[in-house]
Design a protein. Structure first.
Lengths: 189, 322
């Protein structure tokens, strides 16, 4: 085993173990914090694979922003300290079956597809230069398509969260709890 | 091999020394500068000469206090939160170059590393806010999260503007490429970066998460003794890191109008402390921003300004290279 493999395996164990804790812990905020450990271990694995840029983007976006957003959402709604009895879903055995099946499928595909193919890792292979050249020279079309998809999602989110644009609710009908801002703005106008 | 090991050891010791000393210097400067700006004297007795040992005395006091964990708190999270808040700044300090070649860890993507790791420190404050089992702490933790999410974006934009201008993500590389005319060119980006950084550190006037008149001390309300001291240390270490990053990215790091490159680290220190003075000055000069004003400043001013800076950087960069 090379040094890289020796570091890689414990990181993988940490990532999987923390991921299991995310779904099995009885405390909601702990689940979000275990997710930090999972994503951090994943970033460590990227580092071992010389993908430095992806690793630090992973930390910046997922640990620094997505988990903070998750924590914010949990704290805004309900963040009890201690165990919650109702965190287990009735679907958990089905979910387990689906997860195991997905994992088995992915592992099979990877093993079948890349059985003897080894990629020699060279330092700098995942640096910002290499990434930039790859994304903007070879893969520029998928990249642009993805950016359009993200833009569409962004606009969709804005439309969904603002009730004062678009056709708007019928003035006579019950506008529901989500449109308080809209009706107030109508009153202002 | 042996000399390499010795060099690394010395560098790590230097970083640890800087980490122990610089935040204390900033803290003491804050005591005295604030006092004089408000027509007071500040600490005058501890240590004799102008109260220079006040923070040492504070530290001794903190260390003597009882370590209290509220009964309803989540003990483990409550206890590790100060560490999560403090350690990232120590790690970031290791990648900041103080002089030509004077850096502990010269990473090719040092800029990204610094921004990513700085973001982790905020999770410490959120953890503290939640685990304290105190409604004021919880509100403070939520405000911390909201503030981070809105100010992270302009900060990263402003930093990427410099990276675009220099054509590298390496912090040493950026300083190498820096020329004096970058000052006006990157001025807007520099201001955005500094302001957004202040907000991320929750320094006044962006101290809504710890607003003492409303929510006591936000996420840190239930903390006392050494753990509280660690949070304070994290704040001052954060000031040092932010000022050092601003120096490296926007003020030319070790470049200066005179003195040779051997004394470049002196320029870095001078600039860092000048910026730290501004941080203290802002605390004295401006009242606390309200939560809606905070969000408006981030999304209504800083993000558009940062985007405009990015566009300007791109245009000038293309004009130079043709």
């Amino acid at each position: 085993m090379t040094g890289q493999e020796i570091v890689f395996v414990p990181l993988g164990v940490v990532a999987v173990g923390a991921a299991l804790l995310v779904v099995t812990t009885k405390q909601m905020v702990h689940a979000a914090l275990w997710l930090v450990v999972t994503l951090g271990a994943l970033a460590g694995m990227y580092l071992v694979l010389t993908a430095e840029f992806v690793a630090w983007v992973q930390v910046l976006i997922y640990v620094g922003a997505v988990v903070v957003l998750l924590l914010f959402g949990i704290m805004l709604t309900r963040a009890p300290i201690g165990r919650s009895a109702d965190l287990d879903s009735g679907n958990r055995w089905i979910a387990l079956a689906v997860a195991v099946a997905t994992a088995a499928l992915l592992v099979t595909v990877v093993v079948q597809g890349f059985r003897t193919a080894y990629v020699p890792l060279k330092p700098g292979g995942g640096s910002a230069e290499a990434m930039g050249a790859g994304v903007f020279r070879t893969w520029v079309l998928p990249f642009e398509v993805l950016s359009v998809l993200l833009l569409a999602a962004l606009i969709g989110a804005i439309v969904l969260s603002r009730s004062d644009i678009g056709p708007g609710p019928d003035p006579g009908s019950d506008t529901g709890p989500g449109s308080g801002g809209g009706s107030r703005r109508k009153g202002d106008g | 091999m042996g000399s390499e090991l010795a060099e690394i050891t010395v560098k790590i010791l230097l970083v640890l020394g800087a980490f122990a000393l610089l935040p204390l210097l900033v803290g003491q400067a804050e005591h005295k500068v604030m006092a004089h700006m408000q027509g007071r004297l500040g600490p005058m007795y501890a240590g004799g000469f102008h109260g220079w040992a006040q923070l040492v005395a504070d530290g001794v006091k903190f260390a003597q206090k009882e370590d209290v964990v509220p009964r309803a708190a989540d003990r483990r999270i409550f206890m590790i939160a100060p560490g999560v808040a403090l350690v990232p700044y120590l790690v970031v300090l290791a990648v900041i170059p103080v002089g030509p070649g004077h850096v502990v860890l010269n990473l090719g993507i040092g800029l990204f590393f610094a921004l990513a790791v700085m973001g982790i420190g905020v999770i410490g404050a959120i953890m503290a806010g939640w685990a304290s089992a105190n409604k004021y702490s919880l509100i403070g933790g939520m405000r911390v999260a909201a503030q981070l999410m809105s100010y992270e974006l302009p900060m990263v934009f402003a930093a990427s503007s410099v990276a675009m201008a220099a054509g590298t993500l390496s912090l040493s590389g950026i300083v190498d490429e820096w020329r004096w005319w970058w000052l006006p060119w990157q001025l807007v980006g520099g201001v955005v970066f500094f302001v957004a950084g202040l907000a991320e550190l929750r320094r006044p006037p962006f101290d809504m998460p710890v607003a003492d008149s409303e929510i006591i001390f936000g996420p840190y309300t239930e903390y006392g003794g050494l753990r509280f001291a660690l949070f304070l240390l994290a704040e001052y270490a954060g000031i040092v890191v932010l000022c050092a990053l601003t120096t490296v990215l926007f003020l030319g790091g070790w470049n200066g109008p005179f003195m040779s490159d051997d004394l470049g680290w002196l320029w870095t220190l001078i600039k860092v402390f000048a910026l730290a003075f501004v941080v203290i000055w802002l605390r004295v000069a401006y009242p606390r921003l309200r939560e809606d004003q905070l969000q408006k400043l981030a999304w209504g001013f800083l993000v558009p300004l940062a985007l405009a800076q990015l566009a300007l950087t791109g245009v000038v960069k293309v004009m130079i290279s043709t």
